[in-house]
Design a protein. Sequence first.
Length: 319
Amino acid sequence: MIDRRYEPATVLLYDPQATMRHNTRVALLGVGFGSVEAVATPDEFLKKASEKKYDLIMADTKGPEGLVAAVVQRIRHHEIGSNPFTNIMITTWDTSPEIVRAGIRSGVDDLIGRPMSTQQIADRVSGLVNARKPFVVAENYIGPDRRDMVRYGQGANTLIVPNSLKAKVEDRPELDATPGNINLALSAVNERKITIYTERFVQLSKKVMSLTGGLSDLETRRELVLQMLEMNTDLMKRIESSDLKHLIPLADALGKLLERVAGSPAELSEQDRELLYQIPFALHKASEHARMSAEMAFDIAKLSQEIRKRPKGAVGFPE
């Protein structure tokens, strides 16, 4: 039976197989969605996901290997599109551990094995409305909390993110993915990422300095330093969009140091060892207030989650 509450919600459907694409679109319309845009090619999928806003994205893994997982990851990391928190479901004929693991690690909300029925789709969509998992922010992951399948590392906290699908189905505009709500959630994500990176820099720099020499140690050092460089590139982008712009010179100095160390086959000089200790430590200490702000944001999010569990129209705070 069609649920008319879904009519205001929009869907982007990607499936390179014409018959399956048609059948899935019919099923989504049968659930009650009023607008389902169906695309057949990777270019169309990427273009639509980048340029338009949808309440649900549904994509099948059939096609170029790793394409869908890569697009989902780029959405979650706010590299494409305007809403990194949109609901995303993956469908697949290949339920091998590698495919499932790649989908989960990309940050997808749900993964459905094919063949699937209209009722299965309706049930999974209902889950996104009524029981969507809170998001986790970690070093290499932004997405629903799936601690049984994804390793987050230390200090991973959860965050309630905007849910435009729920907002439209339940007529609750306060939950919608408005620019204001997205920016608030992104701010919490940003601060959490800064905290994670600065903590990891301290840990990794100690590992680098503990290496004593030899070809194997040099290769290990290079791998660790390149990992830190990649993190530092993202850190600088996040600092630029935060209230920690005064840390840019420190992050820039760290980047130049890491580039020099990565390209050198020699043992670390005493000066480089000192800098490799001092700069990460300074970044870590200087971002402490960001860490406190992030923790406060997550606490507020948890409180918000409890409040949202109350029936519509209920007042008061949870005990």
